[in-house]
Design a protein around this ligand. Structure first.
Ligand SMILES: N[C@@H](CCC(=O)N[C@@H](CS)C(=O)NCC(=O)O)C(=O)O
Length: 234
């Protein structure tokens, strides 16, 4: 292996579970260390963590080689980097020039990890996290409608009768999409039969079960006395 050590900074069933899943697919469950953070305690705002990610968020992947450590933030970047660095795991089509298979992969990976994720985040922020005086009620309503009208039908059409989102092979898109669908389903969204069956299939995968073995520790509610409450701006 080209690197000596991998450490993932993590909060149960958050976006860091996507990175954890990709690490398990590429390095195996014993191939990296896991540092679990309680985000509600706001320790991601400590100076030491802000040096790793100034956006005070998980996931962060620390990659150490020859006693030097590099930190990567953004779940999408971590997963794509792992997919490209460990091609034998076959999480992504190779980045050959003009590969349309790669273009389709990147299109859906980016759509799910950026656009769909951002809609879900606005619902979480305004419905579950911000105090009433700061929350905006129209934004989540608008994104609920957009997910139902624009997003869900295209996900159902792309999935069709395939076992995986891009066809007959598991890919990094499945890692991001399963997380986003579980998230959407917490809000009663994306419950089409095909999506339900897809999520069930993905959740039966042994690597999913390992990556989400702490799922029961995720608490969607942020209590009024949680240190994060005063810090969160979006
Ligand atoms: N776009 C980033 C979002 C990361 C993010 O916001 N993570 C959340 C957990 S799901 C977090 O750590 N929030 C803590 C905070 O912002 O204080 C990614 O995909 O990695």
């Amino acid at each position: 292996m080209a690197y000596d050590k991998f450490t993932l900074y993590h909060h149960p069933a958050s976006r860091s579970s996507r990175a954890r899943w990709a690490l398990i697919e590429t390095l195996g469950n014993e191939g990296f260390d896991l540092v679990t953070f309680d985000l509600y305690e706001a320790s991601q705002y400590d100076d030491d963590f802000l040096k790793k990610n100034p956006n005070h968020a998980v996931p962060v992947l620390a990659v150490t080689k020859d006693n030097e450590t590099h930190h990567i933030f953004e779940s999408g970047a971590i997963i794509l980097w792992l997919a490209d660095s460990f091609p034998t795991a076959e999480l992504a089509p190779l980045a050959n020039n003009f590969s349309l298979e790669r273009a389709t992969f990147l299109q859906w990976f980016t759509f799910v990890s950026n656009s769909f994720d951002a809609m879900l985040w606005q619902i979480r922020l305004n419905e579950e996290l911000l105090p009433t005086e700061k929350a905006d009620t129209k934004t989540p309503t608008r994104y609920r409608e957009k997910i139902t009208t624009d997003v869900e039908p295209q996900l159902v059409a792309q999935l069709a009768d395939n076992a995986y989102f891009l066809g007959d092979k598991f890919s990094a898109v499945d890692i991001i999409l399963t997380h986003c669908l579980l998230w959407a389903q917490m809000y009663g969204l994306c419950t089409h039969d095909k999506l339900n069956a897809y999520v069930e299939r993905m959740m039966a995968r042994p690597s999913f079960l390992q990556a989400y073995d702490d799922m029961d520790k995720f608490n969607p509610a942020l209590s009024d006395d949680a240190p994060l409450k005063d810090k969160l701006i979006g």
